[in-house]
Design a protein around this ligand. Structure first.
Ligand code: DX5
Ligand code: ZN
Length: 221
């Protein structure tokens, strides 16, 4: 499924916190709970100090799920890997502004492959770093933890950038938030202008995934 058009609040559960032994089942539970976007955290042990999953995993789960696959590349040299992720079934590819000197080229490359493009910035990176390219994208992701691990504490100062980014991109581009999103923080980030909420620990630490999703969306307003 393509990235839903901006204008609705969506939750994007991060499957990094799912039970990897039952990934297919986890995805169908999300789908039955009304989720449209699955957030897929890709880490290379170089851009971030952790290693997760790559195109072969995306290709396998593509075979069992119709959800929008939102691949968050926390990797160095994203341009090298974009094509493999699109071929594996990514619907949106988000890369880090800190990982490339040629963000326009990467966005163009992603779009030419028929995929949605997203740009993201670390908690310590200023909005000015993405100013020129943000409106070329389908989604801008604001990191509210330092990328690398799920289950970290929400960084409130990083969330302050959401309003500035919403102003910059207008209403037609999704503004996503990633890191420490829960019933406690969801309302704050949507009030600042976010419409796409990544949640890992808050969804998958609850044996009842659907109940956790419902509670986060209710808190999001
Ligand atoms: C952090 C990842 C996040 C993370 C979210 O490096 O990009 O997507 O897994 O997990 P929670 O919601 O537990 O902070
Ligand atoms: Zn992520």
């Amino acid at each position: 499924m393509k990235l839903p058009k901006a204008g609705t609040i969506e939750i994007a559960p991060s499957i990094l916190s799912a039970d990897f032994a039952r990934l297919g089942e986890e995805l169908s539970v999300l789908e039955s709970a009304g989720v449209k976007i699955a957030h897929i955290d890709v880490m290379d042990g170089h851009f971030v100090p952790n290693i997760t999953m790559g195109p072969p995993v995306v290709a396998k789960i593509r075979g069992v799920s119709k959800l929008c696959f939102d691949c968050h590349l926390m990797i160095s040299e994203p341009a090298k890997y974009v094509e493999s992720f699109v071929k594996a079934g990514a619907d949106v590819i988000t890369f880090h502004i800190e990982a490339t000197d040629e963000p326009e080229k990467v966005i163009e490359q992603i779009h030419e492959l028929g995929c949605g493009a997203g740009i993201t910035l670390n908690p310590d990176t200023k909005v000015s770093a993405i100013e020129k390219v943000a409106s070329l994208c389908d989604m801008v992701l604001v990191m509210t933890v330092h990328p690398g691990f799920s289950g970290q504490k929400f960084i409130g100062e990083a969330a302050e950038k959401i309003g500035e980014i919403r102003k910059l991109v207008g209403p037609d581009i999704r503004v996503q938030v990633d890191g420490g999103i829960s019933v406690e923080t969801a309302g704050l980030v949507t009030s600042l202008g976010a419409d796409t909420l990544v949640a890992g620990n808050a969804v998958f630490s609850n044996p009842d995934r659907a109940a956790a999703i419902k509670a986060i969306l209710e808190a999001a307003g």
